[in-house]
Design a protein around this ligand. Structure first.
Ligand code: 5GP
Ligand code: ZN
Length: 113
């Protein structure tokens, strides 16, 4: 198993777990780009957005719902935040296991890159 995020799911990597249920886990990004920078990921290895099937759409909704709850818990629901899913090389995806970034706690650039 050479996927970093699968190792985190399996408990083989020390992580500050903020949320988990049977299909999703959330933890802090190791290189935060803002005061709040969390990652929300499916426990199942899905390489990227392009690998999502129609049956996975509820999973994506659940990931957004958990991100919203975590934003409240982090105290940034009112000030605002950004959810980002990078996909593929030109989309800036470095870890090939689907993940959603929850970023906030400072004024983010209006540019998306
Ligand atoms: P991507 O560029 O693929 O959308 O984002 C991958 C993110 O995963 C990066 O923000 C990076 O800092 C984070 N990351 C990479 N390896 C680890 C790790 O081992 N632990 C944690 N918590 N975050 C990681
Ligand atoms: Zn994986």
């Amino acid at each position: 198993m050479d996927c970093i995020f699968c190792q985190i799911v399996a408990g083989g990597m020390p992580t500050d777990t903020l949320y988990q249920d049977e299909e999703i886990i959330a933890f802090r990004d190791i290189h935060p780009m803002a005061p709040t920078h969390l990652l929300i990921i499916p426990k199942r290895h899905i390489p990227s957005l392009t690998h999502l099937s129609e049956e996975d759409l509820p999973l994506l909704g659940n990931m957004v719902n958990i991100a919203n709850q975590l934003a409240k818990r982090e105290g940034i629901a009112e000030s605002g935040y950004r959810l980002v899913i990078n996909c593929g090389e030109q989309g800036g995806q470095l870890v090939p296991h689907l993940h959603m970034h929850l970023i906030g706690g400072r004024r983010l650039s209006n540019e998306l890159g």
